[in-house]
Design a binder for this molecule. Structure first.
Ligand SMILES: Nc1ncnc2c1ncn2[C@@H]1O[C@H](COP(=O)(O)OP(=O)(O)O)[C@@H](O)[C@H]1O
Ligand SMILES: [Mg+2]
Length: 220
């Protein structure tokens, strides 16, 4: 079923965290296979901590010779496949992009983030040309400040806005999101007394996952 991948050549742009948030949310309704294609294996580390979930399977594969088979196999077995990529414009990442139904490009709102996002969009464009198929890509504003509501479109880097559509939902900078790395499990397993702002983080992740599903259905 659909393959959703997270790309950006910039380390720290929010690929792994945003991918984990999506995996956890999709798993509330359906099975998800997460493929950790980053040799740093941060997704794999997350999956080994905390509560295990029946509907989440995490597989590590950062091997060009195997990745296509691993993705194809996952796509036949699970309703959703989410691939977390390394922060680099590698051949492995091009192969993953080539098998994706949607490439999500997380970015902060600073210029250096926008530059990295543009490079990721260009990589998707190159793979699309090679594959002779339009691979949908969307920019995801991540780690943004929740206090700044209703982002003024003019504030977004104009070049980036022209290059690819962006999700209406942003994943704000939230302690609950970063704490997933230390506690493992999903937002629903976290203790509200230990992690501040949990209900808002859950609202944010629900809104993000439903926009992803709408985009996959082509209704947005
Ligand atoms: N929405 C967010 N809210 C809070 N912290 C975040 C968020 N997204 C990422 N982070 C934090 O930023 C750091 C880098 O994020 P990460 O997802 O690992 O980026 P990447 O995979 O692109 O290198 C991590 O320590 C993570 O906890
Ligand atoms: Mg990562």
């Amino acid at each position: 079923m659909p393959v959703i991948s997270f790309a950006s050549p910039k380390g720290g742009s929010g690929k792994t965290t945003s991918a984990i948030i999506l995996v956890c949310e999709l798993a509330q309704r359906a099975g998800v296979i997460m493929i950790d294609a980053d040799p740093a294996a941060r997704s794999q580390e997350w999956s080994q901590r905390g509560k295990k979930h029946d509907r989440i399977e995490v597989i590590s594969c950062a091997d060009e010779d195997r990745i296509q088979d691993v993705i194809d196999d996952a796509a036949t077995r699970a309703p959703f496949v989410v691939v977390d990529m390394e922060g680099a414009a590698t051949n492995l990442n091009s192969m993953i992009i080539g098998q994706s139904d949607l490439v999500i490009i997380p970015t902060g709102d600073e210029q250096q983030d926008a530059t990295a996002a543009l490079r990721a969009i260009r990589q998707v464009g190159q793979v699309s040309r090679t594959a002779r198929r339009d691979i949908p890509a969307r920019v995801l504003f991540a780690r943004t400040k929740a206090a700044i509501k209703a982002r003024n479109a003019r504030d977004i880097n104009a070049e980036l806005r022209d290059a690819a559509p962006a999700f209406a939902v942003e994943l704000n900078d939230r302690t609950a999101f970063s704490s997933l790395h230390s506690y493992g499990g999903t937002l629903y397993d976290l203790d509200e007394r230990a992690v501040g702002g949990l209900p808002r983080a859950i609202e944010n992740s629900v809104a993000f996952a439903s926009e992803v599903v709408q985009v996959l259905r082509g209704s947005k």
